[in-house]
Design a protein around this ligand. Structure first.
Ligand SMILES: [Fe+2]
Ligand SMILES: [Fe+2]
Length: 148
């Protein structure tokens, strides 16, 4: 059985985030850094808000304790990623910590993506039928759009 389009959509976003994170780390000029941090922000922030309003809202109410725990852990990772992302957006482009902060954010996000795709997606596949995943996809898109 092929994967639901909601999960494939999230995986595509993750690939884009990883590619942008890698480019952001190696950016050296202020112009490159400005362009890439904005692109990275736009690829990451609305995605997180969309996930929170859909799959994490759902998992927070799940009967399955492991599903709830994994959802809560992922939400804490979003919380930390948002703080570091905000700091990166506010940083002087020639700051000596720019590359270090971008690297930490990229590492946080890669770790988060791995757990999301392995654990969170498995919970959703176990707990949701096709109809429910479509509903979550709609909630995701609505919240993502509002966060842009
Ligand atoms: Fe996430
Ligand atoms: Fe994600």
């Amino acid at each position: 059985m092929s994967e639901h389009e909601f999960l494939s959509h999230l995986r595509q976003d993750h690939e884009e985030q990883k590619a942008l994170g890698k480019k952001l780390i190696s950016a050296t000029t202020s112009a490159e850094r400005e362009e890439l941090r904005t692109k990275f922000h736009d690829a990451l922030y609305p995605h997180m808000v969309g996930e929170e309003a859909s799959m994490f809202h759902f998992l927070s109410q799940a009967q399955d304790e492991e599903a709830r725990d994994d959802g809560l852990e992922a939400l804490q990772e979003h919380h930390v990623a948002k703080i570091v992302l905000r700091e990166l957006m506010d940083l002087e482009l020639d700051s000596e910590v720019f590359k270090a902060k971008a690297t930490v954010l990229d590492e946080l996000n890669r770790h988060h993506i791995e757990e999301e795709e392995e654990d969170v997606f498995s919970h959703l596949q176990k707990l949701c039928d096709k109809q429910k995943l479509s509903e979550l996809f709609q909630a995701y898109e609505k919240a993502e759009e509002q966060a842009k």
